[in-house]
Structures are given as structure tokens and as C-alpha cells.
Design a protein around this ligand. Structure first.
Ligand SMILES: Cc1cc2nc3c(=O)[nH]c(=O)nc-3n(C[C@H](O)[C@H](O)[C@H](O)COP(=O)(O)O)c2cc1C
Length: 384
């Protein structure tokens, strides 16, 4: 038998109070109370008017589930298998950079929460703890590595090789961030953590990156941070370059940040094993298509067998189930776990993950479902 959401629910009722916030909105509000405006807005904000963030949520609100009754689904299985990696829940932890702005040991704390819950972490290229440090705290627990495809191929290749050596099970290359989006909150706060070297651990620990510097990062942090920022923009990339990246590793390769069906097809043509339909949580293009809407078109284009994940606005169990029903093999959980880290480090993040698992399990039970894998369009009301 799989995970039992009811146990978590009962434990809270019996305790007489919840140790943690429950509603995702309450987690965010509490995180806003404990974080400075710069870090909070960096996590919570998006590009421009933030209409893409709203569109992501609206697309979930528009779709309605079609519950079925009396299905005898006493036992349920939330687990998924994705390109050789399994997760106990139909979601993974999205790559979120510079988690040290949420709590000091950000990536280490989320790595511990990931290992404890069995929900794999996708470690960011823009992290404050290195690939090897994160691998150390995770032991054998499943994890993937997210690559920002920087404009220095040798550094990109070095990141991939290090991740492979350190036991990461897939490379997720993010293609929607060749430059940073126009983020109004961060600009108003004049807040960019990388300027002072935060979120640069993959670079500062990388032998190739270090060989490009005259002095090691700890001796001249500002120059090293400027070198990271100079390595970042990469508008020259084309789909042909993906063939090169494909040749750098034996690991499964996923392309994150695909929205157009044509791009989804190109990703697979150029060697991807999977894609993540994502608009970076609305942080890049203001006015972009909602990811749930994009997912439907992408799944229609790539067919039923291709591995397709989706993120953007996943907050509750019903969101996870709607995404699965509309064609996703799994989803990614983003901002909510960063709020968990802000409120309680590893324990806070674990609480967010377990709450989402419980909600997903109970909602799956209530719609008459048995497993994450069985959901299809027939579970979405035709009128929506
Ligand atoms: C603070 C923050 C930092 C992020 N950093 C990265 C990153 O380093 N690499 C990446 O591929 N995506 C990054 N993302 C995007 C997430 O992986 C994910 O696509 C997004 O958070 C999903 O939207 P949601 O959090 O609203 O559900 C970041 C998102 C946030 C909120």
C-alpha cells in the first residue's frame, strides 16, 4: 500500500493544533513576516506585472475535476517512475536557486528534507551549496541536477560531469533563462543576491571556473561574482547546441522551460529524454501562456509515451491531480518549499512536502482514483 494522507490529517486533529501553517497562502504570508523584503520578493515575485504567475494559477482554477464514487479504492499508489528515478509522490522538488536567502543552509536543508521524504530534489546551478556538498548529505537518495547553460562550454561540461560523478540521476537543462527577466520587485529593491557571491557555489567550487580567475573567490569575492554573472547570459544558443550537451553525458537529459509544442518536438529530436513544461514560475516572460494550458498542447504534439513534467502554480493536491489528468507524468513543487525552509529549515520544508502528499492522497481517494499513473482527461469535467 502507498502513502496514507489520512494519518497526517488525523495527527493534526488529535494534537489539537497544527505546528505549521496549512494553507499555501498562509505559508507564504508567514514567510513574508520572517524574511527581509529583498529575499521574500526575490522568491515570491515574477516578471513584469506578474500576469504569468496569475495565469498559471487561473489555469488550475478553470479546470474542474470530475470525481467518481464507490470505486473501492481503499489502497492508492502515489509513486511515479521517471527515467529511472522514482518518487514516492507525483512531484519532485523544483530547482530553486540561492536557497540560502530562505535559510542559511538552504540547499543542505532541502536536500535533507528530500532524502527524508523520498521526493527527489532537482539541485540548481545557482545554489549556495555545491553539487558535492549536497550529494554528501543525501547519501543514496534520488536527486537530479539542473544546468544553467552558461556561455562557457567547458564550465557547463564540468558541471554535468561533476553531477554525474556525485550520483545525480538526470540533467535538467533550463532553456528559458538565457538572460534574467524584467523583475519589477527585485529592481525596486535593487536586490540581486549573486552580485555579492550568494548562489554561486557551483561556480566557486568548479575547477574550470576557478582556473579562469586570477585570484580564488574567497580572496576577491566581488570579482568572482562578476565573473559568474558574465558567464550567465547565453542568447546565442540554438537547438543544434543540444546535440553537444546530449553527447556530454550518459544520464537522462530533460529540457526545462518548454511551452510551445514545436519546441517540445525539437527537444526530443535533439536528444532529450524528457521535458518540463515551465515558464519559470512566471519569472521570465510576463504575459506568457499558463503552463497547464501549454501542457495540453504539448502532450497532444509529443504523444502519450514521451516523458513530460510540468510546474508553475502547483499549490494543492487538486493541482497535482489536474496536471496529471491533463497529460503530465509528474509535477514540480516550487515556491511552497522555499517558504517551508524560511519558516523551519528542513522541518518546515518537510512539513510542506508531507502536507502536499497528504492532500494529494486524500483528494485522489475522494475522486475515486487508485494511482497517479491512471489519471487522464476523463477525470477533468468536460465543461471546464
Ligand atoms: C526563487 C526562485 C528561484 C528559482 N531558481 C531556478 C533555478 O535556479 N533554475 C531553474 O531551472 N528554475 C528556477 N526557478 C523556477 C522553478 O524551478 C519553477 O519552475 C517555478 O518555481 C515553478 O513555479 P511555482 O514556484 O510558482 O510553482 C526558480 C524559482 C524561484 C521562485
Amino acid at each position: 500500500m502507498g502513502f496514507e494522507g489520512g494519518q497526517i490529517q488525523t495527527a493534526i486533529y488529535v494534537a489539537g493544533e497544527s505546528e505549521w501553517p496549512i494553507a499555501p497562502e498562509a505559508w507564504e504570508a508567514r514567510a513574508q513576516e520572517v524574511l527581509e523584503p529583498g529575499p521574500f520578493d526575490y522568491i515570491a515575485g515574477g516578471a513584469g506585472s506578474e500576469s504569468t504567475m496569475r495565469a498559471n494559477r487561473d489555469a488550475f482554477e478553470r479546470r474542474r475535476l470530475l470525481p467518481r464514487m464507490l470505486r473501492g479504492n481503499r489502497e492508492r499508489d502515489l509513486s511515479v517512475d521517471l527515467l529511472g528515478t522514482s518518487s514516492v509522490a507525483p512531484f519532485l522538488l523544483a530547482p530553486i536557486g540561492v536557497l540560502s536567502i530562505a535559510c542559511a543552509e538552504g540547499e543542505l536543508e532541502i536536500a535533507r528534507a528530500s532524502a527524508a521524504t523520498g521526493v527527489p530534489l532537482i539541485l540548481s546551478s545557482a545554489a549556495s551549496h555545491s553539487i558535492e556538498e549536497v550529494a554528501d548529505v543525501m547519501g543514496d537518495a534520488a536527486r537530479w541536477f539542473q544546468l544553467y547553460w552558461v556561455n562557457d562550454r567547458e564550465i557547463a561540461a564540468s558541471f554535468v560531469a561533476r553531477a554525474e560523478d556525485a550520483g545525480f540521476g538526470a540533467i535538467v537543462v533550463t532553456v528559458d533563462t538565457p538572460v534574467l527577466g524584467w523583475r519589477e520587485r527585485d529592481l525596486a529593491n535593487a536586490y540581486l543576491p549573486f552580485l555579492t557571491g550568494e548562489g554561486c557555489a557551483q561556480f566557486f567550487s568548479d575547477p574550470i571556473f576557478r582556473s579562469r580567475l586570477e585570484q580564488p573567490p574567497h580572496e576577491d569575492m566581488l570579482v568572482a561574482a562578476a565573473a559568474v554573472l558574465a558567464t550567465f547570459p547565453n542568447l546565442g544558443l540554438t537547438w543544434e547546441d543540444l546535440d553537444w550537451l546530449r553527447a556530454q553525458t550518459e544520464l537522462p537529459l530533460l529540457v526545462k522551460g518548454v511551452l510551445a509544442p514545436d519546441d517540445a518536438l525539437l527537444a526530443f529530436e535533439h536528444g532529450a529524454d524528457g521535458i518540463v513544461v515551465s515558464n519559470h514560475g512566471g519569472r521570465q516572460v510576463d504575459g506568457a501562456v499558463a503552463t497547464l494550458d501549454a501542457l495540453v498542447a504539448v502532450r497532444a504534439a509529443v504523444g502519450p509515451e514521451a516523458t513530460v513534467l510540468v510546474d508553475g502554480g502547483i499549490r494543492r493536491g487538486s493541482d497535482v491531480l489536474k496536471a496529471l489528468a491533463l497529460g503530465a507524468d509528474a509535477t514540480l513543487l516550487g515556491r511552497p518549499y522555499a517558504y517551508g525552509l524560511a519558516l523551519g529549515g528542513r522541518e518546515g520544508a518537510e512539513a510542506v512536502i508531507r502536507q502536499l502528499m497528504a492532500d494529494t492522497d486524500l483528494t485522489l481517494a475522494l475522486i475515486g482514483g487508485r494511482s497517479a499513473g491512471e489519471l487522464d482527461q476523463s477525470w477533468i469535467a468536460a465543461s471546464s
